[in-house]
Design a protein around this ligand. Sequence first.
Ligand code: AMP
Length: 424
Amino acid sequence: MQFKELGLNSKLLNAISDCNYENTTPIQKEIIPHILKNRDVQAIAPTGSGKTASFVLPILNNLLKKNDNNKLKALIIAPTKELAVQINQNIVNYAKYTNLKSHVIFGGTKIQTDINNLEKDIDILVSTTGRLSAHLKQKTINLDYIEYLVLDEADTLLEMGFINEINEVLETIPKEAQISLFSATMPKSVKALSDKILKKKVCVNVDKVNKATHKINQKVYFISKEEKINLLSYLIGKNYKDRFIVFTRTKHTSKLVYDELVKRGLKCLNLQGDMTQAARLKSIAKFKEHKAQVLVATDITARGIDIEALECVINYDIPNSVDDYIHRIGRTGRAGRDGVALSFVSPAEVHSFKVIEKTLQFKMTEVYEEGFSNRREDDEKTVKITVKKEKKQKTKGAYGAKKTEPKRKKLKGKRSGWNIHDNR
Ligand code: AMP
């Protein structure tokens, strides 16, 4: 569908054209008409689906129609500073031919600077939860004129424990405000929140799981924990033209991996909770400018970040939840492009990995590299030998079963066990 078919203001259409968007994405086609009509929406939409434009464009369009007071009329809440900054950048891009003004606030900066900026007739505010709550407590923000509220990445907001802050906002804004709730996944907590706060809602589900499984080649290496770092640097070196995000569950592992890759001479950036806000934003900007080949990130810091045309995501370890896995791999295969997601699974992680496969109802392709162990195969052999010995002790010569081939999908070609352009 073309954007002009949605009846958007020509100032917005011109800005969209500057962004070189040809057609709407599925989520935009579904969502924009509803927000234009001020209906509450619940959307299951991952980052990379074009969800930001799906709420920003209709809100801008509706605000343009009124062009009344200089009050704060739209509020967008995001879980992380990085995502908040990114959303605001989108607003700036789409509103460039209008007089509408937006601003972004987040923790870690001087609150007085926010107060000064909020006095400048801002129409749309993007904020992280903690900073917004701080302003509400000290009464330095006025939400009395809010007409549009967006909760972006609601699953992450709730996972991070911000339910009280969200409720505080909901109690402060006018009851008739239109609310949009976006979430990459729909756990019970998000569903409950959505049921509670959305009035006669429209539900849209851009089939996340299908998207993840069909557009992203998901592969798994069964490997010992100790060998992971060597496999990682080997794969990155081998696919030297591509860029990678390497995910780790903890900041500790993230730091270890980052230090080790840097030591090995790879151009790396990192993104983890201990870094200052400025340092985190700098890492993202540099990575977007292709100044490094690898970004090592923890789950939380990388949520919602949009890095265009990323070739490959590597799960250095298995995340704590299926939702985190979906978020991680959502960083590749964006905007219709194919991507690759590789998971390194050590013996201790096999169970968690199987839970992910089962939930997604998708069997990932098992791959291995020559020179590295295949732990699943090794483990199968170990089990087999143990069984044989036990049987031998009890019933002499009673075994002699056929040698079973280990279950492993061999790749074609010699040492090229894996190549990210291999599209199986
Ligand atoms: P989002 O899911 O909002 O993070 O958007 C992911 C990426 O898709 C961003 O880089 C957007 O600029 C881009 N994008 C959004 N809408 C479109 C569209 N209709 N056509 C092409 N790219 C788009």
